[in-house]
Design a protein around this ligand. Structure first.
Ligand code: CP3
Length: 345
């Protein structure tokens, strides 16, 4: 039970609510012209996330336009690499790049032996600024990537969707992969604790690429580490949302202390809610592509998504994956108004 007044938190804890809360993954992003403007002012994406004033400003941009039910920290799952002294860059149209990826024992042994937690103090500043601006009006979601998902970037070195190097490592040198996952887990535990100390109201674990693994590997290389992070941070009492794309191993999420599971669009909310015996809240799962359709189609699909969830509470409306730069901001306004209206009936 929470004593929170926020709809997002109440719904996650299955408390009585009068409509379904909504927020949007990547709600502060390139589909908003004001985001592009601030990003240019900051000299690019990395400049933006490392500038606590401007990162706070873009966090608030979607909240000024829309009646959303939560803010989410503007940052990236890959900043955790700062702690390992791995230099993260972003290239326009290509995404994240690490010039010295972790492919061998010697790459790993060249990293500093101690984690430098202070490297992420700019995120603390950003959270402080956002909390001050929100002044309790809305909750703030903090986040990390799952160790497995972060490792895919540290090992591949970029946003390739082939995962050749990490799958090779898993098959040929799982000992090294485990060492890398252990390092990210330790760093993430520090980082989540910092975010909680700064006052985030919930936190989300993005395990975007966990669904890539077979059932056994999913446990051994992803969930086991997620479980470790949860058990080391759970005592802070903040709800935990876990997201993975195209997951087909939901069974294994039942008993590891997750409060809400983010679902991508290919799954049916009702089926998964039943699989969890209606005990774990769900977040999702409208297909982002629907936002390119006429309003009548969007409305029909919103109705379908809401109807697929078989309870009056326990659902947080969201897209099934992050919003993309090709979405018209007016469609987002329509989506949010419709969800607010339809779910109030
Ligand atoms: O949701 C939010 O608004 C909060 C901020 C946020 C970002 N990234 C900002 C961002 C969050 C929660 C993330 C998570 C993230 N980052 C994930 C997991 C979620 C998912 O999308 O599956 C992953 C895999 C990353 C790593 C990452 N960041 C990639 C692969 C890319 C390039 C692809 C892309 O979408 O551009 C990014 C860039 C990124 N992260 C942008 C934003 C707003 C776009 C940066 C820009 O060019 O302006």
């Amino acid at each position: 039970m929470s004593s929170s007044k926020h709809l997002l938190i109440k719904s996650i804890y299955h408390e009585k609510i009068d409509r379904t809360p909504i927020w949007i993954m990547r709600q502060a992003g390139r589909y908003l012209p004001e985001y592009i403007q601030t990003k240019n002012k900051a000299g690019g994406f990395m400049g933006l996330i490392r500038n606590p004033e401007l990162a706070c400003e873009v966090t608030l941009q979607p909240l000024k336009r829309y009646s959303l039910d939560s803010a989410i920290l503007f940052s990236d799952i890959l900043v955790v690499a700062d702690m390992f002294n791995m230099n993260l860059r972003f290239e326009e149209k290509k995404g994240p790049v690490f010039d010295k990826p972790l492919r061998s024992e010697s790459d790993f042994n060249n990293l500093p032996s101690e984690l430098d937690v202070s490297k992420l103090s700019y995120v603390n500043e950003t959270i402080k600024n956002i909390k001050q601006e929100l002044n309790g009006s809305l909750p703030l979601i903090g986040f990390i990537g799952s160790p497995w998902t972060v490792a895919t970037y540290l090992v591949e070195g970029n946003s390739t969707k082939k995962f050749t190097h990490i799958m090779n490592m898993l098959c040929q040198n799982s000992n090294l992969l485990n060492k890398i996952l252990d390092m990210i887990t330790t760093g993430s535990i520090h980082y989540v604790k910092e975010q909680i100390n700064q006052g985030v109201d919930a936190f989300m674990i993005f395990d975007t690429w966990g669904g890539l693994l077979s059932k056994e590997d999913y446990y051994n290389y992803s969930l086991k580490y997620v479980e470790k992070i949860i058990s080391s941070t759970k005592s802070h009492g903040k709800p935990i949302i876990y997201y993975s794309r195209s997951n087909s191993n939901f069974e294994s999420l039942k008993n590891i202390g997750i409060d809400c599971v983010g679902i991508s669009s290919e799954n049916n909310l009702g089926n998964i809610y039943n699989l969890f015996d209606k005990k774990i809240a769900l977040q999702g799962n409208l297909n982002t592509e629907i936002l390119k359709q006429d309003n009548s189609v969007i409305k029909k699909e919103i109705n379908k998504t809401l109807a697929s969830f078989p309870n009056d509470t326990g659902h947080v409306f969201n897209l099934g994956s992050g919003i993309t730069p090709d979405i018209n901001p007016d469609k987002v306004a329509f989506l949010i108004d419709q969800v607010n209206e339809i779910s109030s009936k």
